[in-house]
Design a protein around this ligand. Structure first.
Ligand code: NAP
Length: 283
């Protein structure tokens, strides 16, 4: 663990792929805010110690990513309404009330899907994965886009069941992982990868089986943002579907977290420029 802790950081495991330090440091620098943001690898068994250390340090706040978005909940003091209802936290603010959990992935999903509103409204969605990102997606699709039917393809049926029950989803099917990997097609309008499959450095992985075919009227969305077009999206594009990359979600959730910590708007065009420039060099 890093000692002393920086004022802002992201925890996860693995965390090497994260572009959040780049985004937040560019914005902090641009606005002349004397804070820094780092990525810290934290395994499950280190989470409690980290939180103890946060309470003793001059930390402003931090982001939470895979695999801690749900397990961190019992370690925090308060939650905003959306994080409580979703059951996943991606942003923590430290203030005089203690450690407060928020979910800005919701903002990321809302903003990313807004341009596709008329195509998505009151349709159906298949989500691959049932973790923190999937929870934010299902919440937004249900409440803002009136999605009528959800299919969840996951390794852990139990996890899918608790997502369905916590988010009070009425029309849902669970597709066990082995069965999903054999599918040749699915009729959901929106096909979403909410697993880390395809994320740098394991760019040859896809959640789909080799015989799967998208249809041209489907929309594929991948939360993985590095590479910008993971295998899942390249597969969808080859089959003629529309695609949505994970970068807008990354940017918009970062904007919302930045505002919670600093009270300031992240300069989005500068942050986007820095992000795209870096991606073009590393991919
Ligand atoms: P999480 O809460 O740990 O959930 C991960 C989900 O993926 C779980 O359902 C997990 O299943 C499944 N999974 C993991 N490895 C798998 C594998 N090898 N095969 C099949 N399923 C697998 O993580 P998260 O926070 O939701 O993040 C998921 C991904 O989304 C990460 O790559 C993260 O970087 C990305 N993300 C991107 C954005 C963005 O702004 N674009 C925002 C949030 C997250 P098990 O429970 O069986 O392990």
């Amino acid at each position: 663990m890093i000692r002393p802790l920086p004022p802002l950081f992201i925890i996860g495991s693995p965390i090497g792929h994260s572009l959040s330090p780049l985004l937040h440091n560019a914005a902090l620098h641009q606005l002349g805010i004397p804070l820094s943001y780092e990525a810290i690898e934290i395994r499950m068994d280190e989470l409690q110690d980290l939180i103890r250390e946060v309470r003793l340090s001059n930390v402003v706040g931090f982001n939470v990513t895979i695999p801690h978005k749900e397990t961190i909940i019992p370690l925090l003091d308060k939650f905003d309404e959306s994080a409580r209802r979703i059951g996943a936290v991606n942003t923590v603010v430290k203030d005089d009330r203690g450690l407060i959990g928020y979910n800005t992935d919701i903002d990321g999903v809302e903003q990313t899907l807004a341009p596709y509103r008329s195509s998505i409204m009151r349709t159906s969605a298949l989500l691959i994965g049932a973790g923190g990102a999937a929870r934010a997606l299902v919440y937004v699709l249900k409440h803002s886009f009136g999605v009528l039917k959800f299919s969840l393809a996951t390794r852990s049926v139990k996890k899918a069941e608790s997502l369905i029950s916590d988010l009070e989803i009425e029309n849902a099917e669970i597709i066990p992982w082995e069965e999903f990997r054999q599918l040749r097609s699915h009729n959901a309008k929106l096909m979403i990868n909410a697993t880390p499959l395809g994320m740098h450095p394991r760019v040859d992985e896809s959640p789909l089986g080799s015989s799967f075919r998208f249809t041209p009227n489907q929309i594929a969305f991948d939360v993985v943002y590095r590479p910008e077009k993971p295998l899942f999206l390249r597969h969808a594009e080859r089959n003629g579907s529309s695609i949505i990359t994970g970068l807008p979600m990354l940017l918009h959730q970062a904007v919302a977290s930045f505002k919670l910590w600093t009270g300031k708007e992240m300069p989005l065009s500068h942050a986007t420029e820095v992000l795209l420039h870096t991606l073009s060099k590393i991919e």
